[in-house]
Ligand binder design. Structure first.
Ligand code: CUA
Length: 369
């Protein structure tokens, strides 16, 4: 029985160890891709070695003493008891204090350094919903060219230019719905984290958190919510898409345009359902927005550029928007058929859409480039 237990623990440990050997690690803190993540790694790694030394000393001592003084058969006497040892007690008080002081100096220094908010930064407000992330570009030059000229808004992917310092303001806005006073409903704590770009920062209702970061190379960096926030916490993902200068300029120009007019008959039919359809008492536009149309809901992802190549994933990045460069119709249709069946707890209800309606709405969404 005991051997089997040890066997199971050993097997688990080997599985964990082998899991860390995978070459594809999109969320590897030890592979920083920007100055902030680099500084954090430069702090974490030496602290980790100090902690490892303490661990080996303390645990090794416990194991050693447990083995040396263990109860042996036929040995009924109580070993001699020791009470108090001044020199030892002073020693084990001073040694940890020194180790903590050694770790504290660079830690506090870096906390101060990273809390600085440079004046030349680009500003984006990050909104934590249940359960997806929304991004609002709040600088004056980042307003759209339609409607009331609000900020560029995206969901699931935060798009930034390479090398640009970005100043994120973090807000918790819950399920996205508002109460009678306009306050966010069910706002809960999340934590915003992109391991290769910056460490975790809690997103607390009623409190504005901040992260300043930049990325060294264009590419896609994976992130996820790091604070338990309800049913879908474990799948509250997002991506940071970093573009070079030319791609960034093109992205901004496209984001400023309203949602594209659909060119196919099926997509036009989908647009009509999206804007005017009523399904089991619900409407798409009650929660979603598409720039340039009357759809202006704020409770759910803004779909103005749903099919832009930078919108790599949808519904909290639970699915890729494109698979091998082609629209991922299978997963989008499964989502439209019954959101709760493919993402437990999803706030979007099952509207009982027919297959024809699903085909049309999917075609419309993929026309929004
Ligand atoms: Cu949001 Cu966990």
């Amino acid at each position: 029985m005991r051997n089997r237990l040890f066997g199971a623990i050993g097997l688990g440990a080997v599985a964990l160890l082998l899991g860390s050997c995978s070459g594809d690690l999109p969320q590897n803190t030890f592979d920083p891709a920007g100055p902030v993540a680099q500084k954090q790694a430069d702090l974490i790694i030496p602290v980790l070695w100090v902690a490892a030394g303490v661990f080996v000393l303390v645990e090794g001592g416990i194991v050693l003493i447990a083995l040396k003084y263990r109860h042996r058969k036929g040995e009924e006497r109580t070993p001699p008891q020791t009470h108090g040892n001044t020199r030892l007690e002073i020693g084990w008080t001073i040694a940890p204090a020194l180790i903590l002081a050694f770790v504290m100096v660079p830690t506090v220094g870096l906390i101060w350094e990273l809390s600085e908010r440079p004046a030349d930064a680009m500003h984006v407000t990050v909104k934590g919903y249940q359960w997806w992330w929304g991004f609002e570009y709040t600088d004056p030059e980042m307003t759209v060219g339609y409607g009331s000229s609000g900020p560029i808004v995206t969901a699931d992917t935060l798009v930034v230019p390479v090398g640009q310092t970005v100043d994120l303001s973090l807000e918790a806005v819950g399920g996205g719905a508002r109460d009678a006073e306009g306050e966010a409903d069910h706002a809960v704590i999340h934590s915003f984290w992109t391991p290769r770009l910056f460490g975790k920062q809690d997103v607390v209702p009623g409190h504005e958190g901040n992260i300043v970061f930049s990325a060294d190379e264009p590419g896609t960096y994976w992130g996820q919510c790091a604070e338990f926030c309800g049913l879908q916490h474990g799948r509250m993902w997002f991506r940071v898409v970093v573009l070079d200068e030319a791609a960034w300029a093109a992205w901004v120009a496209n984001e400023k345009t309203p949602g594209a007019e659909p060119s196919s008959a099926l997509a036009r039919q989908g647009m009509d359902l999206f804007l005017n359809g009523e399904f089991d008492g619900g409407q798409c536009i009650a929660c979603h927005a598409v720039g340039g149309t009357e759809a202006g809901g704020i409770a759910a992802p803004d779909l103005t550029h749903f099919a832009a190549p930078t919108h790599e994933c949808f519904a909290g990045c639970n699915w890729d928007t494109f698979v091998n460069g082609e629209p991922n119709l299978d997963d989008l249709k499964a989502w439209l058929r019954d959101p709760g069946a493919v993402k437990l707890g999803a706030k979007m209800p099952d509207y009982g859409l027919s297959e024809d309606e699903i085909d049309a709405i999917a075609a419309y969404l993929y026309s929004l480039t």
